[in-house]
Design a protein around this ligand. Structure first.
Ligand code: GLA
Length: 395
């Protein structure tokens, strides 16, 4: 159980639920969004990532239905999703819209338990949607946490994460790695999560909020390319890995190779594949250095790794854009900033800056001025904290 935040959002979700479905007050659940400190685009190449589950995410009110129907409502979306549970199928369809995420999770529970029930759910978000803070993984995880409680399956958090991940890859069809679902499902107060995706194995590393603040800077640029560009990067990494296996050594994951291996195989690769692989290999050094810095609460060194990670994602991995480059440069121009980088897949959306405590408002002012002068758009800012992790909300 997690503490009831008594927020207006939770109240609005409860009200909407009773207006749509009537009956007794429903059970309520929460799953967090995440930012990733360092380890950009490493999860699907078997590398390490360092995400933090934040104090914002997706709230849900949910209840089983004995008539086998499913009805899903989001406070932020017009589309109300309605269908028979037996018609959910193996894959999402365009007319199901945002419903693909919760339905993919329902499909996983259907296969696991053989339930003939349906369910009804209202969700609401207090983090920006589709901007790189993992709202989709949080929808999947909150649905999984809710269904686990309602169906009494008592899954471990890792099983919740894997089931949510299968919803995204198998049902929705995005070839993402495991980072977002793991971050949301395994978040713990006061800690960030170091995930070794090849295992997967993970450890919780303390984060000191009195030594460092996390400022999220929203470029307000829609991540238009993110789906196609993302799947293209996944495919490029798979090809680079194949060539490394043939021309250097046979290792199970791209992130396990060294720069010497890459040099050895470079003749067999075109320049684009070489650059993509170079990002993955050098980002592994950055996450090792960054995680070691975090363990000794050296936020200046961690910040340097964020800066270097941003440069590599912009040049070698080509997932940045002018807006993300300008917003992170503007943040770095303030002396209270330890480091800054894009977060999530890139191609638009949000960046993060690690900031000395108390300085975030001043940093936001400087960044807003420079960004607005260049693009004529006022960026959004939010101070994010390490959250409680997911769970059912106490009444
Ligand atoms: C998206 C994906 C993640 C990860 C990041 C990049 O958020 O969903 O699995 O690959 O991009 O680090």
């Amino acid at each position: 159980m997690i503490e009831n935040p008594r927020s207006p959002l939770l109240h609005a979700i409860g009200e909407r639920f009773l207006a749509e479905f009537g009956g007794e007050p429903p059970r309520m659940f929460f799953a967090p969004g995440r930012i990733n400190l360092v380890g950009a685009h490493l999860d699907y190449s078997g590398g390490d990532v360092l995400p933090m589950a934040v104090d914002r995410g997706i709230y849900a009110a949910a209840r089983l239905r004995s008539d086998g129907r499913i009805r899903l409502v989001s406070l932020d979306q017009k589309l109300v999703v309605e269908l028979e549970s037996k018609d959910v199928g193996m894959r999402t369809r365009p007319e199901l819209g945002w419903g693909g995420y919760p339905l993919g999770v329902w499909h996983g529970f259907q296969q696991r338990t053989g339930t003939t029930n349906g369910f009804e759910m209202v969700i609401g978000a207090d983090l920006p949607m589709a901007s790189g803070l993992s709202s989709s993984a949080a929808i999947e995880v909150v649905t999984a946490i809710a269904l686990d409680a309602l169906l009494g399956t008592r899954l471990e958090r890792q099983q919740i994460a894997l089931l949510a991940h299968r919803a995204e890859t198998g049902f929705v069809g995005v070839r993402c790695g495991i980072m977002d679902q793991f971050a949301s499902a395994l978040g713990r107060p006061g800690h960030v999560l170091l995930v070794h995706c090849a295992g997967p194995r993970w450890e919780h590393v303390p984060f000191d909020p009195k030594a460092c603040e996390v400022l999220v800077m929203d470029t307000r640029k829609p991540r238009s390319l993110s789906k196609t560009g993302f799947n293209e990067r996944v495919a490029q990494c798979a090809t680079a890995h194949e060539l490394l296996r043939m021309h250097a050594r046979d290792l199970p994951h791209l992130a396990m190779y060294s720069m010497a291996d890459l040099e050895q195989a470079s003749e067999a690769m075109d320049e684009v594949l070489f650059l993509r692989a170079r990002h993955v290999i050098t980002e592994m050094d950055r996450i090792r250095t960054g995680a070691a810095a975090l363990r000794r609460h050296d936020y200046r060194e961690l910040g340097r790794q964020l800066d270097a990670s941003h440069r590599s994602t912009a040049t070698d991995y080509a997932v940045s854009c002018d807006e993300l480059d300008v917003i992170t440069d503007a943040a770095r121009s303030h002396e209270a900033v330890f480091g800054a980088r894009l977060t999530g897949a890139g191609f638009g959306g949000c960046a993060i800056a690690l900031v000395k405590p108390g300085a975030s408002s001043a940093v936001a002012r400087v960044v807003a001025e420079q960004f607005t002068a260049r693009f004529g758009v006022v960026p959004g800012f939010d101070l994010l904290r390490v959250g409680t992790g997911p769970g059912e909300i106490a009444r």
